[in-house]
Each structure stands twice: as structure tokens, then as C-alpha cells.
Design a protein around this ligand. Structure first.
Ligand SMILES: [Zn+2]
Length: 85
């Protein structure tokens, strides 16, 4: 059962409440930044073996959420999955 004081919750509602998310493969889109972290559990996304390679991101690619956290928080945050176009 998910608690309101889950350790992963640190004010993400400020930028992820009602977020529209796209399920996609992680791709480095910058030459000086090769990874991102899950906005909740801080797991690492990158193209390197051993890291997460796919997950949910906001349309602007700014925030990434791993599958586990997406499933845990989708109701609390009212996430909506949209398709990439
Ligand atoms: Zn996570």
C-alpha cells in the first residue's frame, strides 16, 4: 500500500501532477549530458548497460519516471499516457 509519506515523494506534484507522459526508449539528446534519473526513486536512465533503457517521460523530455514509480504513483498524480507524434 502506497503511503503519502513514501520516501520517494519530494514535491513532485509541483511539476508532475496531471502530467502527460510518453513511454519511450531513453536516448541521449545532448553531448554533455548522457543520463537522467527517475523523478521519484532516482534510478538512472542512460544508454549504458545496466541502467534503465525505457520509461515514461514528459513531452519535453525533462522528467523521467521508471515503470515501477509510474505504476505506484499514476493514481496519486493522475498521470495520462499519450502517444508520441
Ligand atoms: Zn522510479
Amino acid at each position: 500500500m502506497l503511503e503519502k509519506n513514501d520516501w520517494r515523494l519530494t514535491c513532485q506534484e509541483n511539476f508532475l501532477k496531471n502530467a502527460k507522459l510518453i513511454f519511450r526508449t531513453y536516448k541521449t539528446n545532448s553531448s554533455h549530458w548522457d543520463h537522467d534519473h527517475c523523478a521519484f526513486c532516482w534510478d538512472k536512465f542512460s544508454e549504458v548497460e545496466g541502467d534503465l533503457h525505457e520509461g515514461y517521460s514528459t513531452a519535453d523530455n525533462k522528467h523521467w519516471i521508471c515503470k515501477d514509480c509510474f505504476n505506484d504513483f499514476k493514481e496519486m498524480f493522475n498521470f495520462e499516457v499519450i502517444s508520441e507524434d
